[in-house]
Design a protein around this ligand. Structure first.
Ligand code: RB5
Length: 152
């Protein structure tokens, strides 16, 4: 049997309910999911959860991350401040697939006020099932990394 993919997931209050649905969906498809909160619908600050998820990817304890807030945008902004993190806010499956294939995204951000539960699960599936194509896309990611590291 293949080793289960390790996914770190986080949400703010707006994304809490969808996060719970995504955890059930991801677990059912055999993923090993680490829930980094939030754990209720009490108002909270999304960068805290973006940070917790990104740290897990940076230290290698998770391969991929999923972040849920109202729009997916705040989470993507916070996540993309972390070195080595490539986060994409997606609300269509084409983008969720292509951001893995071309951008080697390691975090998927979803807006709970933008998409319903069914589409959110499809977005997660498209993201997880796609593979990075490498080649010319690696060259472009190397440029992103150079910008991030102040070498370009
Ligand atoms: C919370 O109201 C909302 O601002 C947050 O979930 C997110 O949409 C930010 O980008």
């Amino acid at each position: 049997m293949n080793t289960p993919i390790r996914i770190a997931i986080g949400a703010d209050h707006a994304g809490y309910a969808l996060k719970q649905a995504l955890i059930a969906h991801l677990s059912a498809r055999g993923a090993e999911v680490t829930d980094l909160g939030t754990h209720s619908e009490a108002s909270c600050d999304y960068p805290e959860f973006a940070h917790a998820v990104c740290k897990r990817i940076q230290d290698g304890s998770a391969a991929l991350g999923i972040l849920v807030c109202g729009t997916g945008i705040g989470m993507s902004m916070a996540a993309n401040k972390h070195p080595g993190i490539r986060a994409a806010a997606c609300s269509d499956t084409y983008s969720a697939r292509l951001t893995r294939m071309h951008n080697n995204a390691n975090v998927l951000c979803i807006g709970a006020r933008v998409v319903g539960e069914g589409l959110a699960c499809d977005l997660a599936d498209a993201f997880l099932d796609a593979e990075f194509e490498g080649g010319k896309h690696q060259r472009r990611i190397d440029l992103i990394t150079a910008i991030e590291q102040g070498r370009y």
